[in-house]
Write a protein that binds this ligand. Structure first.
Ligand code: DUC
Ligand code: ZN
Ligand code: ZN
Length: 468
């Protein structure tokens, strides 16, 4: 016996190829791919006749509970987020550690990440994870870019963290253009990937005050406070700053046609601009923030409040096209779950209608790490919004692994190199995989899913996840 597991008679689908072959797995690694491997060489055999085998999903944008809590009291921990991920075919998640702004000196950022790692390791995890760092504060001093460069270099050396995210909106997190230049200078020097949350925070603030003054406070007006040009302007500005600094950037959770256009234009000019979108922008729309599931409770739309907000129905087509034509490099969930029912839990909980239900207090974000792969398999591949299964694999598995430095261990099926994190789908005929989504299937800690009641024709029948 050579292999721990043999998968026979399936079609392998990667980001570049689709072909019939058997896969032998030893010690959690892809050991061999060959035309006909005899079952007697393996302890266990899965017959994947009629099935398609893809790499496990890599979700590169997930928020979990962590010591600094910049995103408020998110309810999923690394334990429950990885559980939820695996339940929907995602076998690697990349979450966030936040900068502890009280720490100073060259090790300030790596110490911030250390705390998060300790925190995340406290409970059993269901799959591998990585971390990005959220930058919360950059000193506006003359030497800030050099201080930051040293801190980022040691972050990469000490922790292997190779990506940071900064925000152009949110009180307390919004970076000035001056700080953005400092960040971009330092990330370019230290070779760190720069993730941008692009929304013009000053417009959002102005619009929020104006809407409140008119008494327009319901969840729906969160979206009105940040129309698509708010994202378009910030995206254009960040591209300009990145050209100044000659720094590649990645725009996270892109939802706006103006932003897509700016990114596409920059890419055509040869500027290194990458972009991510999320299933909620491809499948849901701003109507879902009005009132939910036919309930007569106007506040239920708060479950679907996120930033950037859900857009008009017509926007979805533009986003699917941008996924298929390569403008979007990756698709992630931006999983960020807040309990809806326990209204007064924690200081950031603002499903708190005690604050008169004003949209400005609603925590931004929704759960989605579990549903991402099955939703996009159905609404993207099966509904022909993306042109091939290889494209689905590219943006959901391979590219995120490449972008964040874990390819080909993740996102690929390469003998000798890749972990045996694999999914088996049955796209032709899968009565077993035909499912109406409900919250219990998500295996997260959140008390709702924004996708409740949606039907998908496929759910991965097998998810193999080998923890290292
Ligand atoms: N947007 C969200 O909707 N949630 C988490 C963070 C973010 O930027
Ligand atoms: Zn963001
Ligand atoms: Zn996010």
């Amino acid at each position: 016996v050579i292999y721990d597991l043999l998968i026979k008679n399936g079609f392998i689908c990667t980001s570049s190829d689709i072909y019939p072959a058997d896969i032998g797995i030893s010690n959690g690694k892809i050991a061999v791919i060959a035309a006909n491997i005899d079952s007697e060489f393996s302890k266990e055999v899965i017959d994947a006749e009629g099935g398609v085998i893809t790499p496990g999903g890599v979700d590169a944008h997930v928020h979990v509970d962590e010591p600094l809590k910049l995103m408020g009291d998110v309810i999923d921990t690394m334990g429950t987020a990885t559980r939820s991920a695996v339940a929907g075919g995602t076998t690697t998640v990349i979450a966030f550690a936040s900068q502890d702004v009280n720490l100073k000196g060259p090790k300030a950022l790596s110490e911030s990440v250390n705390k998060t790692i300790e925190f995340c390791q406290k409970e059993p995890l269901y799959c591998d994870y990585g971390l990005h760092l959220i930058l919360a504060l950059v000193e506006e001093t003359d030497n800030a870019c050099n201080v930051l460069d040293k801190q980022l270099s040691s972050l990469y050396k000490d922790q292997g963290v190779s990506s940071v995210k900064f925000f152009m909106t949110y009180p307390g997190l919004q970076m000035s253009d001056y700080s953005i230049l400092n960040i971009m200078y330092a990330t370019r020097k230290s070779g760190i990937t720069t993730m941008v949350h692009a929304e013009n925070g000053d417009i959002v603030r102005w619009m929020t005050e104006s809407l409140e003054n008119q008494g327009l406070i319901e969840p729906y007006y969160h979206g009105v406070s940040r129309p698509t040009i708010v994202e378009g302007e910030a995206t254009n500005r960040a591209i300009t700053l990145s050209i100044m600094m000659n720094t590649p950037v990645l725009f996270v959770h892109v939802s706006s046609p103006e932003a897509v256009e700016a990114i596409r234009r920059a890419q055509t000019m040869g500027i290194k601009v990458f972009a991510e979108t999320c299933p909620q922008y491809l499948i849901l729309s701003q109507a879902d923030t009005k009132c939910h599931y036919g309930h007569n409770n106007w506040f239920e739309g708060a479950k679907n409040v996120c930033s950037p907000p859900l857009r008009e129905d017509q926007t979805k087509e533009c986003l699917w096209r941008a996924m298929d034509n390569g403008t979007f490099t990756i698709v992630s969930s931006d999983h960020c779950s807040y309990l809806y029912s326990s209204k007064y839990r924690g200081k950031h909980n603002a499903f708190d209608q005690g604050k008169s239900g004003k949209f400005r207090y609603i925590p931004n974000g929704m759960p989605g790490v579990c549903a991402r792969m099955p939703l996009d398999f159905h609404y993207g591949y099966l509904k022909e919004n993306i042109s091939s299964l290889m494209k689905f694999v590219e943006v959901h598995c391979t590219n995120p692994a490449k972008l964040y430095g874990c390819y080909p261990q993740k996102g690929a099926i390469l003998p000798g190199s890749s972990d045996a994190d694999l999914l088996i789908w049955y796209p032709i005929e899968d009565k077993r995989g035909h499912t109406k989504i409900n919250n219990r299937m998500m295996y997260h800690s959140c008390d709702y899913t924004p996708y409740e009641g949606l039907e998908v024709k496929n759910w991965p029948r097998y998810t193999l996840s080998w923890k290292c």
